[in-house]
Design a protein around this ligand. Structure first.
Ligand code: URA
Length: 433
């Protein structure tokens, strides 16, 4: 078999066999296939796409490129939720404790921030001492004893994805449905959960900017998971504006804690309720309505909050921070951003708001950058709200005063205020079962 022929076949619109896909993935991981040929194939896939069978086959090849996590010591069905990436998306911090409080095991592998989007692992590290690098034995023990653990993605899992993602990132081939679907699902299948709920974001802050494209991505991922024997569903949710009222690591953790007390911003709370209810439903805890009632109960009773405290303690943090969030270090500098005119907020561009948070130090521009855990943005007004000229619409936080000007400029440019109130957009556009 020759890589040249595989590239040519895809370039001309052919469908690759499972043997050809395995040849590519195996050869790329072991270094036999050079970057330029892998990049050429990614670009051919970007233009020509892949059918459902090819997409499933490349996912399995990515899964099989490394170890598969077998948490054999964990009893009961394991359930996970995965978001395709968003701004202000702290749902995992809420949902995982909720589901665990209702007796379903959560053994979650999460990522770090990617581009303008935040990552759960970075957020959890806002708790001083919190360890996301547990060994498999520690991971298993924590899940069995506490019902929940969230760790970073092991580099032994799906190494093909790491290589391919880095290549796609610099060759303008990230935004391809089969490549995104196989990248996400390759890692998810390697983590070997029984049930997976996908939160597929749509809008300015998402990889997929339109609902139609997001639906196609969701359908592709649900199909891959089902073919691999997993119980699957996907929600298509709004990411045209940031989720909740905060962007940035410790700000988001504090907002998640508020939500676990049954408070928190309505959009965040309602999305968490929907995602957690679907997770419980897949884990056979009842029908959707009964699961939703259970979710609201553990949010109101404090049981879910306690689960978060248990997890923080089990992973090396101080549980008192969950009950006394004023213990999180505060940013040294802050600045209010005020409305440039009176009217309605018609657009708060999620991607650009994410980039403004990066400018304040809340994320990494380069892999080796150190995150400023207290940096970020608090939104005082959201898309659809009436604002008056000069009224504060957001507060910027950072440890470096010099970063405030650029972030304020970026936020201003990403904010539109107009005379007419915009039509409300749904939080959840569709559910793919
Ligand atoms: N997230 C991933 O893990 N992979 C992609 O390709 C896009 C988003």
């Amino acid at each position: 078999m020759r890589m040249y022929d595989i590239i040519k076949k895809k370039r001309d619109g052919g469908a690759l066999t499972s043997a050809e896909i395995d040849f590519f993935i195996r050869g790329y991981v072991n270094g036999d296939i050079p970057d330029y040929q892998a990049a050429a194939l990614c670009m051919a896939i970007w233009f020509r796409g892949m059918n459902a069978e090819e997409t499933a086959n490349i996912t399995l090849a990515i899964r099989d490129s490394g170890e598969i996590l077998h948490l054999s010591g964990v009893d009961g069905l394991r359930v996970d939720k995965h978001s395709t990436g968003g701004v202000g998306d702290k749902t995992s911090l809420v949902i995982a404790p909720v589901v665990a409080a209702l007796g379903v095991k959560v053994a979650k592998m999460s990522g770090r921030g990617l581009g303008h989007t935040g990552g759960t692992v970075d957020k959890l590290e806002s708790f001083a001492g919190f360890r996301t690098d547990l060994s498999v034995a520690e991971f298993e023990r924590t899940v069995n004893e506490t019902g929940i653990a969230i760790v970073g993605q092991s580099s032994d899992l799906a190494p093909a994805d790491k290589l391919l993602y880095a290549l796609r990132d610099v060759t303008a081939t990230v935004d391809s449905i089969p490549l995104i679907a196989s990248s996400i699902m390759g890692k998810k299948l390697a983590a070997d959960d029984d049930c997976i709920v996908l939160d597929v974001k749509t809008g300015s802050g998402a990889f997929m900017k339109s609902v139609d494209e997001s639906r196609k991505l969701a359908e592709a991922m649900v199909d891959i998971g089902k073919r691999a024997g997993k119980k699957m569903c996907a929600l298509i949710t709004d990411m045209d504006r940031p989720l909740g009222n905060t962007i940035g690591n410790s700000l988001e953790v504090i907002e998640a804690i508020e939500t676990l007390k049954g408070n928190g911003p309505e959009d965040l709370r309602e999305l968490c309720v929907a995602l957690a209810s679907h997770m419980l439903c897949l884990a056979e805890k009842g029908d959707l309505a009964a699961c939703e009632t259970d979710v609201r109960r553990v949010l109101a009773s404090g049981e879910a909050l306690q689960k978060l405290a248990d997890m923080v303690e089990a992973q090396g943090g101080d549980r008192r921070w969950v009950y006394e969030p004023e213990r999180f270090p505060k940013a040294a500098y802050s600045r209010e951003v005020c409305a440039a005119r009176s009217g309605y907020l018609t657009h708060t561009d999620a991607e650009e708001y994410g980039r403004a948070a990066l400018l304040l130090g809340a994320g990494r521009s380069k892999k080796e950058d150190v995150i400023d855990q207290s940096a970020g943005i608090r939104l005082l007004a959201k898309t659809g709200d009436r604002v008056e000229k000069g009224m504060p619409i957001a507060i910027l936080y950072t440890s470096k005063e010099a970063l405030l000007d650029a972030a304020e400029e970026a936020l201003d440019a990403a904010t539109r205020i107009e005379d007419t109130q915009p039509t409300p957009v749904p939080l959840i556009f569709d559910t793919i079962l």
